[in-house]
Ligand binder design. Sequence first.
Ligand SMILES: [Zn+2]
Length: 230
Amino acid sequence: MSVHHHVSDELLLDYANGSLSEGWSIAVATHLALCPHCRKRLSAMEATAGAMIESLELEPAQASNADTSWQAMRARLEADKVGNKGQSVADKPASAAPNFAEVPVLPEPLRSYLGKDIDGLKWKPLGRGAYHIKIKTGDADTSVRLLRIPAGKPVPEHSHGGRELTLVLKGSFYDGQGRFARGDLEEADQDVEHQPIADEGEDCICLAVTDAPLRFKSRLVRLVQPILGI
Ligand SMILES: [Zn+2]
C-alpha cells in the first residue's frame, strides 16, 4: 500500500517557508507523517527555505500570524518526537517504506489536536449516516474537521467557495476522477464539483480543511448548513 495523491509543489513550498496558516498546515503535516516521498521533497525544499524567507518581505502583521501558526505546528511535531523517542514517523529515513501498521490511525500532529487516537472520539451526526468532529485551532480562516462517511455511501455533491484539502486516514473513496486511500491528499478549489463516494467494506475517515463554507446543490442541505456548522 502506498500513497498516490501528494501535496502540490505550491502547497508544499508554502508549508516549507512557514507561510501556510495552521489549518492547512495540519493537513500537509499529517500527509507528511504518512508519506516518505513528500518528506523527501520537503527536505529538499527546506534546504533552500532559509534563503527564501530572507528574501520575503511580508507585512509585519502577516509575518507574525504566519510565524505563530508555524511555531504552534512545529511545537506539536517536536513534542511528538520527544514523547515517542525512536518511534516517530518523522524520524524515520525518508527512503524507508511506509509501514502503516506502526502508525496510529491519527498520526501527529493531528492526534494531539484531538487528544487521542480514533477510538473513543465523540462523533456528531451529519445526516445520511455521516458524522463529523470539529477540530479547534488558533486559525480563524479555516475550518478543520474529521469526516466519517459510511461505507458505500456518498457525501452530498458540492462545489467549493474556496480551497478544500481532504486527507484520507482510514478506508477510501472514489470521486469520479480517482480513488483516494489512506495518506492520499485531495486538493480542490471552486472549479471542482465532485461527489466522493466511500468504497464498500469500511467507513471512510478523512481530515477535511476548508477556507469557506461549502456550497451544496440541495436547497435542503443549504438550509441546515448553518445548524450543522459545515
Ligand atoms: Zn506525498
